[in-house]
Design a protein around this ligand. Structure first.
Ligand SMILES: O=P(O)(O)OC[C@H]1O[C@](O)(CO)[C@@H](O)[C@@H]1O
Length: 526
């Protein structure tokens, strides 16, 4: 029988906290280190590998983590999720984003339809629409082709799709699948929309309004901003806009759009990159085949997440090690450090994915938990981060676990040899150096120059960032976050914590304020 229990009630968690802490400075030095790097690695989909040699684990820790995975019933809970149980208890919803890229278990019927068929139908509709735009069958009023796609959305309706677009932009150009440039408007700051509009040719732009709820203030404001700009340019806004929303949202039945594509309430915003939310902009930008490859990569990684053997399930393993670091070793944050410029917005996407999902202090039954949950997530691409916040990571008073991502090859392939190495080699040399520097440190009599070491990291390594490896990478983190939510016994699929600020902002705009809120409103001239 499946039981949802708090982490601190599990015997295996108690046992885990008694396992001796691994001293990375010892185990990662010399031949020991070489052996560990070869041993502590597990294959991911699409030729990626999750290497955890520089984590504070050994066979004893791993055995304790495996027991924890079993007692917490991680595989059973994942099965309950993809087989259509109401796992999102807060909102009383199913959680079906995996179905946008495959069928992991039973067919799930909801709202009177088979959900997998529904998501595939939307993908097909988007593919057909994108193909017609690329072929010049759907054009602007003057019969000219659209050249630019602009996504209007915020949170999950922006971060994932934007990060994925940037991740594949240069790959698509190099592989001759680049169809249209994409831009994104998210912030309600008027300078965001104004700057994007000033940078494009509106007459040849198609706008994708993305809002699952159809009620998000920022997105509706930016829609009006864009419609105004189109009107001022003498254009019919409804001929330049499509919508991605849920069938129950106010946008669904509007005549304001050329077409509407649907997702539903069973796909959380931050888990929506593989739904129509990412599908529309990515299919328009790179073609539906590229989007399909991205889905294939995610589907392959999802299959690995089914593995009951933790050592062959990179997502479960990553999640368990993260919980060990957070709840036993007491580390407060996690840095995501892709050594790939194309992944420049990937950490921002993971921030929402992880922190909006697992930033909770009550369990799935609404009771307070007596342990810490989701860590603070931040990150920047390497090597830029090295010249910014790595000082604190190497010598600061907090230990921050690190998640490196690196690829053997660049996407564009243009490179230069300076001092006997290419830029790509320099990039990769840096990530290798950082892992060892963080783990082993370096003793120095001058305390200011001393590196304690013992700072854990993992790395996901691949040949190249392409649609399939990107899909696998995305699914890895989505599933990791989900497994951690199961371990903490929290609901990773709602986000009540964003509501209070929205309510107060409405009061400010309605001039219904007193006390501190009134004074801040006056100071900001509202
Ligand atoms: O797609 P929507 O409904 O506009 O929501 C956008 C974002 O707003 C949030 O609900 C938070 O306010 C996110 O979870 C979501 O990704």
């Amino acid at each position: 029988m499946m039981e949802w229990k708090n982490l601190d009630t599990l015997t295996s968690f108690e046992e885990l906290s008694k396992v001796a802490e691994v001293d990375l400075t010892k185990v990662m030095s010399g031949e020991n280190g070489a052996e560990r790097v070869k041993k502590y690695s597990t294959p991911m989909a699409e030729g990626l590998a999750y290497n955890y040699a520089a984590k504070k684990v050994d066979d004893n820790t791993l055995a304790a983590l495996a027991k924890l995975a079993e007692e917490a019933q991680l595989s059973e809970k994942f099965a309950a999720l993809y087989n259509g149980e109401v796992v999102n208890t807060g909102e009383k919803r199913l959680v079906l984003h995996h179905m946008t890229r495959g069928q992991l278990g039973d067919a799930v019927e909801a709202d009177g339809v088979d959900k997998r068929s529904f998501y595939v139908e939307q993908q097909n509709r988007i593919a057909d629409f994108a193909n017609k735009v690329h072929a010049g069958e759907i054009t602007n009023a003057a019969g000219e082709k659209f050249t630019t796609v602009v996504q209007i959305g915020i949170g999950g309706s922006d971060l994932g799709p934007r990060a994925m677009y940037l991740a594949l932009e240069n790959w698509a150009k190099k592989n001759n699948t680049f169809k249209m440039e994409a831009k994104f408007i998210s912030n309600v700051d008027p300078d965001d929309a104004a700057a994007v509009l000033a940078s494009i040719d509106v007459a040849h732009s198609i706008f994708v309004l993305v809002s699952k709820s159809g009620t998000t203030l920022e997105t509706l404001t930016n829609e009006s901003f864009v419609k105004d700009a189109l009107k001022n340019a003498g254009l019919d806004a409804s001929k330049h806009m499509i919508a991605v929303t849920s069938e129950t949202s106010p946008l669904a039945k509007s005549d304001d759009y050329l077409a509407a594509f649907f997702m539903d309430d069973y796909i959380g915003g931050r888990f929506s990159s593989t739904s129509a939310v990412g599908g529309a902009v990515l299919s328009l930008a790179f073609g539906p085949e590229v989007f399909a490859q991205f889905l294939d990569g995610a589907a392959e990684e999802d299959k690995l997440s089914l593995n009951k053997n933790m050592l062959e399930n990179p997502e479960m393993l990553d999640a368990l090690i993260g919980v060990y670091e957070r709840n036993v070793l007491g580390y407060p944050a996690t840095a995501v450090l892709p050594y790939s410029q194309a992944l420049s917005r990937f950490p921002a996407h993971l921030q929402q994915l992880d922190m909006e999902s697992n930033g909770k202090s009550v369990n799935r039954f609404g009771e307070s938990v007596n342990y810490v949950t989701g860590p603070v997530i931040f990150g920047e691409p390497g090597t830029n981060g090295q010249h910014s916040f790595y000082q604190l990571l190497h010598q600061g008073t907090d230990i921050v676990p690190l998640q490196f991502i690196g690829f053997k090859n660049s996407q564009i392939g243009t490179d230069v040899v300076i001092q006997d190495s290419t830029s790509q080699q320099k990039l990769c040399a840096n990530v290798a150096a950082q892992i060892v520097a963080f783990a082993c440190g370096k003793a120095d009599d001058d305390r200011n120059k001393n590196f304690e070491g013992g700072r854990p990291s993992s790395i996901i390594i691949g040949e190249e960032l392409n649609p399939k490896t990107l899909g696998a990478l995305l699914a890895h983190f989505e599933n990791k976050v989900m497994f951690q939510g199961f371990l903490w016994n929290i609901n990773s699929f709602d986000q009540e914590g964003v509501q209070l600020g929205k309510v107060l902002a409405k009061r400010v705009l309605a001039h219904d304020t007193d006390g501190a809120l009134k004074v801040y409103s006056d100071l900001l001239n509202i």
